[in-house]
Design a protein around this ligand. Structure first.
Ligand code: HDE
Length: 708
């Protein structure tokens, strides 16, 4: 069964849900064009008779300048590229909708957050930070997670990351940080990686980066797919209710799919074998009706509690541990529609943290404040002028009118004689809307400000290590090991020994002495431990920092490879496929060649792909099918590598019937993730649980001694 036919079965009731929601949003999107049944024309609408040959002076003669069709086509082509984003250049996106839960009026007056009947269209763009537009998806990096809400009160952009903290505390340091992490300027190496001298030089000199670097070295930075990442607004924001009362909030969005990661070796291999791994996964999942869903939540801090904690709410290198302030769910969003055109939608979408609506406001976080300027500014050179809000993907769905005029790419035709205010010629239209009496005009929260003009960091921003320590100490043992491995890998790529030493002895030792000693031992460097332990924190371990705290409830869209050869016993295949449909998991029958294989019964088993082209790194688990064909399998190097690689990457593997012999012949120690059975049904429940748990972490030590 191919993915399309599975699709129709899986989508089920979600299909009608999608149709209803999409009908509403499509009415707002009259600008989509469709060339089906239409003539090919120039941009001026002239029908083209010959699109294959240019106008020449004779069939072998020179081309003529008067060929306006050729010139128009080539000129347009010459200008097809726009500058890529200076950061977050590599990305992918999708449409969807947001729906608030009931009862948020006490926090905010924002209509889209308080009306639980309203479906608000959204557009989400995921990205990596460092790499260029053509770089690989699975590199070690923080992921951008930006959401545009097309609300009836204007566009609201929540431009976040999949880590809750950032590398610098003040926007004035952002260009330095980005220059350091980007490919080095003399040779533009490395692409998509932080494992190089300038990055580690900078972060080892700037200890405020310690916490965010810890997240970048953790499994969060190598997600299995984009459907399984969390999102964070990072900064503290304000919400304001109809009574003009304000609370501080941190935004969190949590995937229903749970959190899952790749192992590092897998991430690196995927970067070569399938650089589009994440964008393909998202696209396929949405096409197949596996719509990813997140719950939006807020951590609420009342105004009076602003100074209650031993960290500063305005410091973007700190989290609020959920033990101190739990996350209150306020709504959910679903991605249910792929774009029609990558450039027009994903490349041209322009996010800006400064796009807010009544009921939401900024805090004084100095990183956020700089962002409020930067994003609109960057669009001026990326999107060619101040009218980028008129590009369809950026256009509000509510009416918008003002007296701003002209500029590059003005694509509206504003009527009227008066483009100023006050005016009497056009009866003073468009007019201001009072914010009082719920009329809806935006008014900034009236925060009392009293201070000297000063270039200084608040002393409350000066602790750089406690939250990095809290993060490390809150993780599961295997997650901590991955952090040690990641620091070791990255620092091994740093050529200058003094930079390695500085990271070790001026940063890591202050985070966690055990971590520093392990990394130091791996690098062969001596560790100078400071006297005494680090400061003791309000919270010693925070449960929701480990990815283990976010396991999915089901195995929807998990991908399973079933390896087959000629002479397989096909009885089990039907059982596997039936089970997968019920579980909404995806099963691919992988053959030695793209051709079908012949079962013992003589039946032809169709191929969903060949084993060499669909490596195990693209799957969550592997099943080796039973057959009268062990001799073929044990001679097939691709299959043996397949199974060994899946084992090394800690995946559940099912050995059916005669294939249990593989464990012995490949010298793979049996463990809870190697399931042996004659019939699939007998181990289906166990297999499902292993898929939910994602990887066999207990196997990790054993797996390291097995050759790749
Ligand atoms: Fe950004 N950031 N950023 N950033 N950022 C951009 O805007 C910037 C920061 C984030 O999918 C740029 O349109 C400054 C924090 C995402 O299109 C640029 C500072 C967080 C995206 C820019 C920050 C982010 C961007 C590049 C420090 C997490 C991709 C192109 C003062 C909360 C959005 C563009 C998309 C993109 C500037 C810090 C997230 C240059 C100056 C903190 C997800 O304007």
């Amino acid at each position: 069964m191919n993915d399309k036919s599975k699709n129709s079965q899986m989508a089920g009731s979600q299909d009608s849900d999608k149709k209803n929601v999409n009908k509403k949003t499509e009415q707002l999107e009259q600008y989509r064009t469709d060339a089906t049944d239409q003539a090919l024309t120039t941009n001026q609408g002239v029908k083209i008779a010959d699109n294959q040959n240019s106008l020449k002076s004779g069939v072998r003669g020179s081309s003529l300048l008067e060929d306006f069709i050729l010139r128009e086509k080539i000129t347009h082509f010459d200008h097809e590229r726009i500058p890529e984003r200076i950061v977050h250049a590599r990305g992918v996106g999708a449409h969807g909708y947001f729906q608030a839960y009931a009862g948020n009026e006490k926090y905010t007056k924002a209509g889209f957050l308080t009306d639980s009947e309203t479906i608000t269209p959204i557009f989400v763009r995921f990205s990596t930070v460092q790499g260029s537009r053509g770089s690989a998806d699975t590199v070690r990096d923080i992921r951008g997670f930006a959401i545009k809400f097309y609300t009836q009160e204007g566009n609201y952009d929540l431009v976040g990351n999949n880590a809750p903290v950032f590398f610098v505390q003040d926007g004035i340091k952002f260009p330095d940080f980005v220059h350091a992490v980007k490919p080095e300027p003399h040779n533009e190496i490395p692409t998509g990686a932080s494992a190089h001298d300038t990055f580690w030089d900078f972060v080892s000199l700037v200890p405020e980066s310690a916490h965010a670097v810890m997240w970048a070295m953790s499994d969060r930075a190598i997600p299995r797919n984009l459907r399984s990442i969390q999102g964070f607004g990072v900064h503290t924001f304000r919400l304001i209710n109809a009574q003009n009362e304000s609370i501080f909030v941190k935004f969190h969005w949590t995937p229903k799919q749970g959190l899952s990661q790749l192992v590092w070796d897998e991430a690196q291999k995927l970067a070569g074998k399938d650089p589009d791994f994440h964008r393909r996964d998202l696209y396929d999942a949405i096409e197949q009706g596996n719509y990813p869903e997140w719950e939006l939540g807020i951590q609420i801090v009342p105004e009076d509690d602003e100074h209650k904690y031993d960290f500063d709410l305005l410091d973007p290198t700190k989290i609020i541990p959920e033990e101190l302030v739990p996350v209150t769910p306020i709504g959910k969003f679903v991605l249910n529609r792929n774009v029609d055109n990558f450039f027009a939608e994903i490349e041209q979408v322009a996010f800006c943290p400064g796009h807010i609506v009544p009921g939401i406001d900024f805090s004084n976080d100095p990183l956020l404040q700089a962002r409020l300027f930067s994003y609109t500014d960057t669009q001026l050179s990326r999107l060619g002028g101040p009218n980028f809000h008129q590009i369809p993907i950026n256009k509000p769905v509510c009416p918008f009118h003002n007296n701003q005029r002209d500029g590059m790419h003005q694509s509206a035709i504003p009527k009227g004689q008066a483009s100023y205010q006050p005016n009497s010629i056009d009866q003073n239209w468009p007019v201001e809307t009072p914010s009082a009496e719920e009329k809806g005009g935006f008014q900034s929260y009236q925060e009392r400000i009293d201070g000297n003009k000063i270039r200084q960091r608040s002393p409350s921003f000066s602790d750089h290590f406690s939250h990095a320590r809290l993060y490390y100490q809150s993780l599961a043992t295997h997650e901590q090991k991955h952090i040690v491995d990641a620091y070791t890998f990255e620092l091994s790529k740093v050529q200058r020994v003094h930079i390695r030493e500085r990271e070790l002895n001026e940063v890591l030792v202050y985070i966690d002495q055990d971590l520093a000693q392990k990394v130091g031992k791996n690098l062969g460097l001596s560790v100078n431990l400071p006297a005494g332990e680090g400061a003791s924190e309000e919270v010693k371990k925070s449960k929701k920092l480990s990815m283990q705290a976010f396991m999915p409830k089901d195995i929807q869209a998990k991908k399973i490879a079933v390896l087959v050869h000629d002479d397989i016993n096909e009885q089990n295949l039907g059982a596997i496929q039936k089970w997968a449909i019920t579980e909404k998991a995806i099963v691919h029958i992988l053959t030695p060649m793209p051709a079908s294989v012949k079962a013992v019964s003589g039946a032809q088993i169709q191929s969903d792909g060949m084993q060499k082209a669909e490596p195990s790194i693209g799957y969550d688990a592997v099943i080796v099918a039973d057959g009268n064909n062990y001799n073929q399998v044990i001679k097939d190097g691709v299959t043996k590598h397949y199974v060994t690689e899946a084992y090394k990457h800690l995946k559940p593997i099912v050995f059916l019937g005669d294939k249990s012999q593989l464990l012995k012949d490949l010298q793979l120690p049996e463990d809870k993730g190697t399931l042996i059975a004659d019939d699939f049904e007998s181990i289906a429940t166990e297999f499902k649980q292993l898929l939910i748990e994602h990887r066999i972490w207990a196997r990790e030590e054993n797996a390291e001694s097995i050759p790749a």
